[in-house]
Design a protein around this ligand. Sequence first.
Ligand code: ADP
Ligand code: ADP
Ligand code: ZN
Length: 216
Amino acid sequence: MKIILLGPPGAGKGTQAKLISEKYVIPHISTGDIFRKNISEKTPLGIEAKRYIDNGQLVPDEVTIGIVKDRLSMDDCENGFLLDGFPRTAMQADALDSFLNDNGQKINTALLIDVPKEFILERMTGRRVCPSCGASYHIKFNPPKVEMKCDICNNSLIQRKDDTESTVKERLDVYDKQTQPLIQYYKDQNNLSVVNGTGEINEVFGDICNILGAVK
Ligand code: ADP
Ligand code: ADP
Ligand code: ZN
C-alpha cells in the first residue's frame, strides 16, 4: 500500500500515520520528523531547515524533494510506504508523480484528514511530542500514561517550538496557499479519499481502515 496523508497541520496525520504503518507494516515517512532529527543532530540540513521551520515557512522544494527521493529509494519502501507531510506544494506533488512513474509505481490513494480550522489551534497548542520516537500526545485529548513521559520509550515529552499560537497561524496560511490546492490535484487524478478527522483518535482510525480496505 502506497499512501499519502494530506491535511492541515494538527489534523492528526502523525497520530494516524503511526497506527496505519503498524497495521499495514509499511514505513512511516514524515518529512517533519526527518527535519527535526537533523535539527537535533545539528547537521547542515538541520541548520538550513530550522530557519524555515521556526518561522512556520516551508523548507525549499529542492531540499525537501531530494530527501524524499532518497528515502523512497530505500529497500523498505518496495512494498509500500506512508508519506506524512509530503507533498506540500504542487512542485513536490509533480516531483513525486514523476519519481514513482519512472519506477513503474503509483500511489494507491491520497487520504485527506479533514478537520476544520476551529479545531486546529487547540490541538496544536496542546500537542506534546517525544523527541526520540516522534510520538504525538495531547494534554487533553491524548495524554500520556505518565505525565510528560512517552508511553513508548519513556523519554520526556517536549512542546515543539513551532506550536505556538503565532507560528500556528502562519502555518495555517501557508497550508491554505500552498498545500490545500493539492486536494484538487488528487481529486483530478481520481485518487483522493477523505476521512472526517473531528472524531476521537480511534474512531478516525476505524474510518481510515474502512477506506483503505476499499482502496485498490
Ligand atoms: P499532524 O501530524 O497532522 O500535525 P498530530 O497527529 O501531531 O497532527 O496531532 C495534532 C495534535 O492533536 C496532537 O496533540 C494529537 O495528540 C492531537 N490529536 C490527533 N488526533 C486527534 C483527534 N482525533 N482528536 C483530538 N486530538 C487529536
Ligand atoms: P505539522 O503536520 O504539524 O504541520 P510537520 O512535522 O509535518 O508538522 O512539519 C513541520 C515543519 O517542517 C513544517 O511547518 C515545515 O516547515 C517543514 N516541512 C515538513 N514537511 C515539509 C515539506 N513537505 N515541504 C516543506 N517543508 C516541510
Ligand atoms: Zn517516544
